[in-house]
Design a protein around this ligand. Structure first.
Ligand code: ATP
Ligand code: FE
Ligand code: MG
Length: 343
């Protein structure tokens, strides 16, 4: 199935054509530079940029694929969660295109899209576990056939990526902070500071990162008060170790609890070198398989939305032209809208 995917949930305007699990073409117009001077994404600015860019990006993806509308089997678009104004641009564009082309339309949950990135160019099929670590989410999910996602646990406060971005800001590092913290952590001492590992001993699969964020803030403030020079590499390495320790431990426990021996990692923080190393080592030690998508498919893109949309269209899922965007769309509500029970 050849699917056009459109993603505008945050600060990337993206369109892609996929054929099953293969990416035929993809265009991503990042607004990173626009938002960098504000130190974070400004929702209204993001919406306006999407409006300016979305048709050009879609036309580009189609041209790169050498495809005409008649070559496609469906249109998939992110319908939530995300910034409402940003989502509305993609949803409206997709609906307009579905109306004139007559192609079937399917709305995709952004996190289901991140999970589907793991299927691109691989033979991985559900059942499996998914660790989603992004700017707005930190969740452990089980993925059952055909494509049913059930949340095992998630963050009670900040997402992992959000914590990375906030720590980067405390250290005066450029936005977005995650990659910068990751880079600095390589040369720091992960044992320099004993930052908290929240809920590490807890039996459940929830996460909490606001305490860790405060601990880093307090440590930096304490050192500055004493007139000491803060070593950013040590702070980054110790912070990253605390984040990674909890993610790895909970994931390994979910493998034991569910008996599912394949783990896919998704979302922007899946690009993190420390997490990749630690989880790969733990998987080898415990005897489970772990898959990280290539870096470009970890962060927001439209190929993942198109692949997820293709899976649903194959199952006969179609959404009406009254499809709406929802900023806080839950996985369970979305699965219901797809006519699937959450596992
Ligand atoms: P969501 O998917 O939850 O709606 P989002 O789409 O904004 O949020 P992504 O684009 O998937 O999130 O990921 C962006 C996040 O990933 C940012 O917080 C960024 O700092 C973080 N990130 C990217 N690369 C790295 C890295 N190498 N190490 C740690 N964090 C990283
Ligand atoms: Fe995302
Ligand atoms: Mg992003």
């Amino acid at each position: 199935m050849r699917i056009l995917g459109i993603e505008t949930s945050c600060d990337e305007t993206a369109a892609a054509i996929v054929d099953g699990r293969r990416v035929v073409s993809q265009r991503i117009a990042s607004q990173m530079q626009v938002h960098a001077r504000f130190g974070g994404v400004v929702p209204e600015v993001a919406s306006r940029r999407h409006v300016e860019t979305v048709t050009r990006v879609v036309a580009g993806a189609l041209a790169d694929a050498g495809a005409a509308w008649g070559d496609l089997d469906g249109i998939a678009v992110t319908c939530g969660p995300g910034l409402l104004g940003a989502l509305l641009v993609g949803v409206s564009a997709a609906k307009g295109l579905a109306l004139v082309t007559g192609l079937p339309l399917v709305g995709v949950h952004h996190i289901a899209g991140h999970v589907a990135a793991a299927f691109i160019d691989t033979a991985i099929t559900p059942p499996c576990l998914a660790l989603v670590v992004s700017g707005g989410h930190t969740e452990l999910l089980r993925v059952d056939p055909p494509f049913c996602l059930t949340k095992l646990g998630g963050t009670k406060d900040d997402a992992a990526g959000e914590a990375y971005d906030k720590v980067a800001r405390m250290l005066g590092l450029p936005y977005p902070g995650g990659p910068e913290v990751d880079r600095l952590a390589q040369s720091g001492d992960p044992a320099a500071y004993a930052f908290p590992r929240a809920l590490m001993e807890d039996e459940g699969f929830d996460f909490s990162y606001s305490g860790l964020k405060s601990a880093v803030h307090n440590e930096i403030a304490k050192q500055r008060q004493r007139g000491e020079e803060v070593n950013p590499a040590d702070v980054c390495a110790s912070f990253q170790q605390a984040v990674v320790d909890v993610l790895v431990e909970k994931t390994a426990r979910a493998v034991i609890r569910t008996g599912l021996r394949t783990v896919v990692v998704a979302g922007g923080v899946a690009a993190n070198q420390g997490l990749r190393r630690a989880l790969t080592a733990r998987a080898a030690a415990d005897g489970f398989a772990v898959h990280f998508p290539p870096l470009a498919l970890c962060t927001d893109n439209a190929a993942m939305i198109a692949v997820a949309g293709g899976l649903l269209l194959e199952l006969g899922v179609r959404h009406p032209l009254s499809l709406n965007a929802e900023a806080n769309l839950s996985l369970a509500a979305w699965q219901q809208a797809c006519g699937q029970r959450s596992g």
